[in-house]
Design a protein around this ligand. Structure first.
Ligand SMILES: NC(=O)C1=CN([C@@H]2O[C@H](COP(=O)(O)OP(=O)(O)OC[C@H]3O[C@@H](n4cnc5c(N)ncnc54)[C@H](O)[C@@H]3O)[C@@H](O)[C@H]2O)C=CC1
Ligand SMILES: O=C(O)[C@@H]1CCC=N1
Length: 269
């Protein structure tokens, strides 16, 4: 199966909230025809309804791909609406926590399934998605999933499903940590006397600019940090706080990432 099959046979999205919409936005922007996309969602957004995709219409009989993007807590009920499709399509799921075994139990042990963990920068083509196939997913299925997901950013393949909760905690949830960094940096600027709108503008441009530099520059993140840090200067004073081994970013992020990974494991039970 190829990307051409996807645009011929169709793509079904089960659940089109924040993550499903981010991916759909990326695919539509990259030329997937809207009349080849079927969305099933009891509460479709105005944006989804405005895209021209089929919304809560009868499904095609033989779609190439079914993307599952409902919350893990709703998965049991949601999967019943796919049972009629059986082992025909390639299933691609982005749900945190929910294990391959859960889908096989609900949809049939013979299904071809790729479990993926994307992130919302997919909406602007800058996502990163980790994938792992089940035992029935062929190399061609993984290639197809990768081709589809490459349309919205980078793709990495995992060695085993056990890595997925850590991936979720780093890159799936990670954009939220960065957005919170913008909020916190702006709030700190306000505390130093800046007006709120100026502080937010500076914080947002700094985080996105640093992100772009990290993407394009050949240097490591550590070297880029060193390049900002004049000996005895302002950055060094801030980094003494942020790099404190007991109270700085490293222990804080270790705790945050562990909490996210633990939650993923819990959702999988
Ligand atoms: N938001 C994110 O950054 C990421 C989310 N994910 C995963 O994506 C999945 C969806 O998360 P979000 O988009 O954030 O949640 P969301 O709440 O924005 O979207 C879920 C959508 O599913 C719909 N839905 C509920 N019951 C349904 C049913 N029975 N059949 C069809 N649709 C149904 C809801 O109406 C909603 O539009 C989750 O499993 C999450 O773990 C994965 C990576 C990143
Ligand atoms: O918060 C969540 O559970 C989902 C998974 C990764 C990002 N959002």
């Amino acid at each position: 199966m190829t990307l051409q099959d996807v645009t011929t046979r169709g793509l079904v999205l089960l659940g089109c909230g924040k993550m499903g919409s981010a991916m759909l936005e990326g695919w539509l922007a990259r030329g997937v025809p809207s009349d080849k996309v079927w969305v099933i969602d009891p509460n479709p957004s105005d944006w989804v309804k405005s895209t021209g995709v089929h919304v809560n219409a009868a499904l095609p009989r033989d779609p190439a791909i079914v993307l599952i993007a409902v919350k893990p807590q709703m998965m049991g009920a949601a999967l019943t609406s796919l049972q009629a499709l059986g082992a025909g399509p390639l299933y691609l799921t982005v749900a945190a926590g929910t294990t391959i075994a859960t889908y096989e139990a609900a949809l049939g042990a013979g299904i071809r399934l790729v479990r993926a963990m994307p992130n919302t920068p997919a909406a602007v083509g800058r996502g990163i998605t980790a994938i792992i196939g089940n035992a029935h997913a062929s190399p061609a299925d993984l290639d197809l999933a990768e081709a589809l997901l490459s349309a919205v950013g980078q793709v990495v393949r995992l060695d085993h499903e056990g890595q997925m909760d850590a991936v979720t905690a780093v890159s799936g949830s990670g954009p939220a940590y960065v957005f919170h960094l913008i909020e916190a940096l702006a709030a700190a600027g306000e505390s130093e006397g800046l007006p709120a709108d100026l502080a937010m503008r500076l914080a947002r441009a700094t985080v996105t600019g640093a992100g772009e530099l990290a993407r394009l520059a050949p240097e490591s993140a550590a070297q880029l940090r060193i390049n900002v840090t004049s000996p005895g200067g302002t950055t060094a004073a801030a980094l003494a706080v942020l790099m404190d081994p007991d109270s700085g970013f490293p222990p804080l992020l270790r705790r945050a990432v562990k909490a996210a990974a633990d939650r993923g494991r819990e959702l999988g039970k």
